[in-house]
Design a binder for this molecule. Structure first.
Ligand code: 1CP
Length: 339
């Protein structure tokens, strides 16, 4: 059996568009909320058995074309020697503030980077049916550094941006170390059995084009080209960065994934000739209910050429999303030809 997600990535014609949902294993699922009553997020994500179970929850309930391994962008961070908690997002105990902090980051062998994630991948792959793709992921070097320097998610990340301006050399060393760590981490995921990897650059848009090209682009480009050697397709997701899309599109990746702020058919016409495009329904639409979800999904289906289009949201599904909206989205995708 072929995986329509992979077929679409390589721009083959398929019976319908593939669909998966960013953050599909999260708090909008009642089964997940029940598990969270008795276990912390850390407990769940650090146990291969729980991580496998949670990865499969959305697959059991919905007809989706990919599972994404239940972990967090912070999962490879403990092996760097950094302490943090979740509240609900990552909160770093001692954020990076100088060269000494960067010196302290541990350079480990790949077998020490989140071994629980590799076990969960192997277990999930063996339980998942053959036509469903399993996705691995990591945070982009910039997005991970954003948390490590700012200390937590924060509007416009002012501390991070000042740090880059005042300590560009420290930032350069931090990005270099994180990049090497992410390359090892993703390569291990590929060995453990993922079918594709997504690189989440959720905080891509914080910098000017000039600053991004000078400080960030070389690291991301190096990561992508190293992962390209594995021959597993790369999905590059950037969020809230319309001014950087053409630069991201020039980086090596099989799929460009974007948020809801931009017109997907324009993006596909501009950058989707030799690659696939993923996205981009506004997650807030689903919160508005199944009828609006149907209408807005149909608008995307009508305007975006199906060859090389992976349907998804433009960012993670919101915890307050009604399950009926997810059903409506799936129904629209599965019945596109009949409408
Ligand atoms: O149960 C809980 O309270 C924890 C909520 C939660 C979950 C379910 C967190 C904390 N992480 C996750 C899992 C997670 N995170 C997955 C697993 C797959 C899935 O949900 O289906 C993935 C792919 C991520 C990726 C992630 N984590 C990103 C990139 C994607 C995005 O949304 O932009 C980012 C930025 C994070 C950081 C993070 N971890 C958790 C939260 C709530 C956040 C974001 C909020 C913040 O910065 O404060």
């Amino acid at each position: 059996m072929k995986k329509i997600l992979l077929e679409t990535i390589y721009r083959k014609k398929t019976s319908r568009r593939p669909l998966w949902i960013m953050r599909q294993a999260g708090r909008y699922l009642p089964e997940y909320r029940t598990l969270r009553k008795t276990h912390s997020f850390k407990d769940l994500s650090r146990s291969p058995d729980f991580a496998t179970e949670v990865t499969l929850l959305p697959i059991k309930r919905f007809n989706l074309d990919a599972a994404i391994i239940f972990a967090d962008i912070m999962s490879p961070v403990p092996s760097l020697g950094i302490d943090f908690d979740f509240d609900p997002g990552p909160v770093i105990t001692n954020p990076i503030s100088d060269n000494k902090d960067v010196d302290k980051l541990i350079e480990t062998g790949s077998e020490e980077i989140a071994p629980e994630v590799m076990k969960a991948i192997a277990q999930t792959r063996s339980e998942l049916s053959n036509e469903i793709a399993l996705l691995g992921f990591c945070g982009a070097p910039w997005t991970l550094s954003a948390y490590l320097v700012e200390g937590k998610g924060n509007k416009d990340f002012p501390k991070l941006r000042s740090f880059l301006a005042s300590e560009p050399e420290v930032m350069e060393r931090l990005l270099e170390k994180i990049t090497l760590h992410m390359i090892s981490y993703l390569k291990s995921q590929v060995e453990a059995g993922v079918d594709a990897v997504q690189i989440f650059d959720s905080w891509a848009g914080l910098l000017s084009l000039d600053s991004w090209q000078r400080h960030i682009k070389p690291h991301l480009e190096f990561l992508l080209s190293e992962i390209g050697k594995t021959n597993v397709p790369r999905i590059l997701f950037l969020q809230n960065a319309p001014h950087l899309i053409s630069s991201y599109a020039a980086l090596p990746s099989e799929v460009l994934a974007i948020d809801w702020r931009v017109n997907l058919s324009e993006i596909k016409n501009l950058y989707g000739k030799n690659r696939a495009i993923q996205g981009n329904l506004d997650p807030a639409i689903l919160v508005a209910g199944p009828e609006v979800t149907r209408q807005e999904t149909r608008k995307i289906l009508k305007s975006v050429d199906p060859v090389g289009h992976i349907m998804n949201l433009g960012h993670g599904i919101m915890p307050s999303t009604p399950l009926e909206s997810v059903d409506a989205l799936i129904d629209e995708i599965h019945n596109e030809e009949n409408r």
